[in-house]
Design a protein around this ligand. Structure first.
Ligand SMILES: [Zn+2]
Ligand SMILES: [Zn+2]
Length: 278
């Protein structure tokens, strides 16, 4: 969560980059002007394009609007697994319509979150989450768009539901947080793994090992802002302009040149989200 710490200083530019998963509304953007200002800050350090993700219907309407306001912004829409109990007929009908918008490049974030049930008031229970996940998988397949997965402490069941339902052609695990075994299972299925600031946390040993095992063609980078601000700014508010910190940390782990990793992840984002070539 945005904390009391001051905003991180801008990193040295690293270009080209696409923030594969962020939440501009939760970062504080609410209209065309504030969206443009936020993307200007990102573009100044090389993050020229962002995909803003919805986790409820209000956020979905905002994400589609933002993607129409600013050509550097693309959208993904879904109900977050913790909100899957709100997926009634009206919500399904509206999501169908929003997801079909040409500026929407993925269906997400959907998946399973086994951390919050029982801790968060009103959180969808696991049965509702599985039903919602199945519905979003089917939507992604019908639209021919990538599926953006949120997985928290549900490795086994996320893979099981994907296999049972039949995965869409493109599946992206956002903020990949699991271990080497899960990374290898995802890689074998052809899924993409998107890494956030958590990969820069020195104590995230299993995750950092997993990040070294992903082939170049299956890796993406994201901020998941305003959450998960990279080291050494943990606890400060995150924004898309902070992405170069994460890419440099990931490049160091993978023993790659940061500029090369920027090119690789951007080419992957362009391919899976069908963005124009930079
Ligand atoms: Zn998530
Ligand atoms: Zn997110």
């Amino acid at each position: 969560m945005p904390g009391k710490r001051p905003a991180p200083e801008p990193p040295a530019p690293l270009s080209p980059l696409v923030d594969a998963h962020t939440h501009l509304d939760a970062c504080g953007a609410g209209d065309a002007e504030s969206v443009a200002a936020m993307v200007d800050r990102a573009a100044a350090v090389g993050v020229g394009r962002v995909v803003t993700i919805a986790d409820d219907l209000d956020a979905a309407r905002f994400a589609v609007d933002a993607a129409h306001w600013d050509p550097r912004v693309y959208a993904a829409v879904a109900l977050h697994p913790t909100r899957a109990n709100a997926l009634d007929d009206a919500a399904r009908a509206e999501l169908e319509k929003l997801a079909a918008d040409p500026r929407v490049v993925a269906v997400g974030e959907t998946g399973l979150d086994y951390y919050w049930p029982g801790k968060l008031d009103g959180c969808a229970d696991i049965d509702d989450q599985v039903e919602g996940f199945r519905w979003h998988i089917d939507l992604a397949k019908r639209l021919g768009k990538p599926l953006m997965i949120h997985n928290r402490e549900a490795d086994h069941d996320v893979l099981a539901v994907l296999l049972d339902e039949g995965a869409p052609e493109t599946v992206i695990f956002h903020c990949f947080s699991s271990d080497a075994n899960m990374a290898l299972a995802c890689v074998a299925e052809g899924y993409l793994l998107s890494f956030s600031g958590t990969v820069s946390f020195k104590n995230a040993h299993e995750l950092r090992e997993a990040a070294t095992l992903v082939p170049d063609e299956q890796i993406l980078v994201e901020t998941d802002a305003p959450f998960l601000t990279p080291h050494p700014f943990r606890g400060a508010p995150n924004e898309p302009y902070c992405l170069p910190y994460t890419v440099r940390a990931l490049a160091e782990l993978r023993e790659q040149d940061p500029a090369a990793l920027a090119e690789i992840t951007t080419a992957n984002a362009e391919r899976v989200y069908r963005l124009p070539r930079h």
